[in-house]
Design a protein around this ligand. Structure first.
Ligand SMILES: *[C@@H]1O[C@H](CO)[C@@H](O)[C@H](O)[C@H]1NC(C)=O
Ligand SMILES: *[C@@H]1O[C@H](CO)[C@@H](O)[C@H](O)[C@H]1NC(C)=O
Ligand SMILES: *[C@@H]1O[C@H](CO)[C@@H](O)[C@H](O)[C@H]1NC(C)=O
Ligand SMILES: *[C@@H]1O[C@H](CO)[C@@H](O)[C@H](O)[C@H]1NC(C)=O
Ligand SMILES: *[C@@H]1O[C@H](CO)[C@@H](O)[C@H](O)[C@H]1NC(C)=O
Ligand SMILES: *[C@@H]1O[C@H](CO)[C@@H](O)[C@H](O)[C@H]1NC(C)=O
Ligand SMILES: *[C@@H]1O[C@H](CO)[C@@H](O)[C@H](O)[C@H]1NC(C)=O
Length: 429
């Protein structure tokens, strides 16, 4: 099973390229600043021996050769033909990325190993682990290893200043959240999806300066930490775990950065916090298949960039707010399998266009609804959003005038659903 690199298929790669080019600039800058006089200055009087810097690739080759000894099989030709573990060849192998940087005390540039791409290699063996491997590659910046047999311990990573991307998705990890990850403070991409991690996720995870955090398809449980919104990540994927409790109100703090968030298929409960309406840049929000209750907060009127709003299979009720159906960039509004009982004209138009799905609700006169008895029983149950019931209906964080709300909508041409970064993470194909 080989997971296609969906990141490459999206504009996320653009961001990564920016980061990488920033990184290269920074990297070269650091090496120049710390290890050699500027090229224009006179040569040093004595040669300064430095076995450490002398051959990064040579050192790395030793570590990699050791790692490869433990492989029993793989489909990237790693264990079959060991010619590449000869120092002069490592950088020529497509799985290893090297970059030339100025060499100590000279104008010459030397290769250094900065990336390892084992995606889809299906590496198996008795003890396939990054322990004793990437923690010994001090310059490693990118380690992508989805769909392999990695497992065991995540080593200390806090001495790897350039570790920016760590993709261990679809491997054999289990046990509690690996706390050594929190020492990798320069990570921008962390993908632990499709493993068997259990237990809660630590609050410290949301203090990392990540751009993308994917922990979907594990067995994580307990409440999401209340500081969740402190993450600067643009892409968050919590799907297909066992998280419980409410969506943290702190989510509103991510208003300047969050683009896509998937909570789907957990056991989340409570009402949607009205702070979600602050997510003015978000284009994907999916809480389907949870146990969430309450009306759709009126603040959703402010989700101007929203494209995929997916609330299906919960216990939401009340009227479907017209302001939500008027959001300008909506391509999917999935509300099926809830208890909504009113729908207005703007929403009716979306139903006709196939944008809004209201099947299995309590909308009498519409096809495919719940049976009236089930609806009556639900409506008679005591329910509500307790202390913030009022804000659910009145809090509108953006300045929308009635004029705007009544403006002619440009929904004549409904765009095709576009692939998104986070949904792409839900498959290993
Ligand atoms: C091993 O790989 C090298 C290139 O890395 C290639 O030149 C050589 O022919 C290969 N040997 C075998 C036996 O496949
Ligand atoms: C590495 O490979 C090159 C070319 O294949 C060869 O000339 C060289 O002797 C090898 N070095 C070692 C240490 O095996
Ligand atoms: C696996 O390898 C790591 C690092 O080399 C070592 O520390 C650990 O003891 C090994 N585990 C087993 C079960 O062999
Ligand atoms: C992250 O990078 C900064 C420089 O930007 C560096 O000072 C810090 O030590 C790095 N973090 C780690 C864990 O190495
Ligand atoms: C939902 O998550 C559970 C694990 O919590 C998983 O077993 C199940 O396959 C998921 N459902 C879907 C449709 O992905
Ligand atoms: C809607 O999406 C289009 C591209 O699909 C974009 O150009 C436009 O700015 C978006 N509008 C809003 C209000 O986000
Ligand atoms: C909303 O915007 C209008 C015009 O742009 C302004 O007059 C009004 O004071 C604003 N209201 C709030 C609550 O910011």
């Amino acid at each position: 099973m080989c997971k296609k690199s969906s990141i490459l298929a999206t504009n996320f790669i653009h961001t990564i390229f920016i980061l990488l080019s920033l990184f290269s600039t920074y990297y070269v800058g650091v090496v120049v600043a710390t290890s050699s006089p500027p090229p224009s200055s006179p040569p040093p009087s004595s040669p300064s021996p430095s076995s450490l810097d002398e051959s990064n690739v040579q050192e790395a080759t030793k570590v990699i050769r050791q790692f490869i000894k433990g492989i029993t099989s793989d489909n990237c030709g790693l264990s079959k033909n060991l010619t590449f573990t000869n120092t002069t060849n490592l950088c020529k192998n497509s799985k290893f990325g090297c970059t030339p940087v100025p060499f100590k005390d000279s104008l010459k540039k030397k290769d250094r190993l900065y990336s390892i791409q084992f995606d889809g290699c299906g590496i198996t063996g008795k003890n396939i682990t990054i322990d004793g491997f990437i923690d010994k590659l001090l310059d490693v910046s990118i380690f992508h290893a989805n769909s392999n047999g990695f497992g065991g311990k995540i080593p200390v990573l806090s001495h790897l200043p350039y570790l920016f991307e760590l993709d261990l998705s679809n491997n054999k990890y289990n046990g509690k959240f690996p706390m050594n990850i929190l020492g990798a403070t320069n990570l921008t991409l962390l993908d632990l999806g499709f493993n068997s991690f259990i237990g809660p996720v630590p609050p410290g995870l949301f203090n990392l300066q990540l751009l993308a955090l994917f922990i979907n398809n594990n067995k994580f449980e307990k409440d999401l930490p209340s500081n969740m919104g402190s993450t600067p990540a643009a892409f968050l994927n919590f799907a297909n775990n066992k998280f419980t409790g409410p969506i943290p109100k702190s989510i509103g703090q991510a208003s300047n950065t969050l683009l896509e968030v998937l909570f789907l298929n957990n056991s989340l409960s409570g009402c949607l916090p009205y702070e979600i309406g602050l997510l003015k840049k978000a284009r994907v929000f999916d809480v389907s298949r949870n146990s969430l209750i309450g009306p759709i907060p009126r603040s959703f009127a402010c989700l101007d960039k929203m494209e995929y709003l997916v609330l299906e299979n919960n216990e939401f009720y009340g009227s479907i707010p017209e302001v939500v159906c008027k959001l300008p960039n909506l391509t999917k509004l999935k509300l099926s399998d809830n208890y909504f009982n009113q729908v207005g004209t703007a929403c009716m138009k979306l139903i006709q266009k196939g944008v809004l799905d209201v099947r299995q609700n309590c909308l009498f006169g519409h096809p495919n609804q719940k049976d009236p008895k089930t609806c009556a029983e639900f409506l008679n149950k005591p329910k509500g959003c307790s202390e913030y019931e009022n804000k659910m209906h009145n809090y509108i964080p953006c300045n929308k005038t009635a004029e705007y709300l009544d403006s002619v909508m440009s929904l004549e041409r409904v765009p095709q659903p576009t692939p998104t970064v986070t949904y792409g993470k839900l498959t290993t194909e």
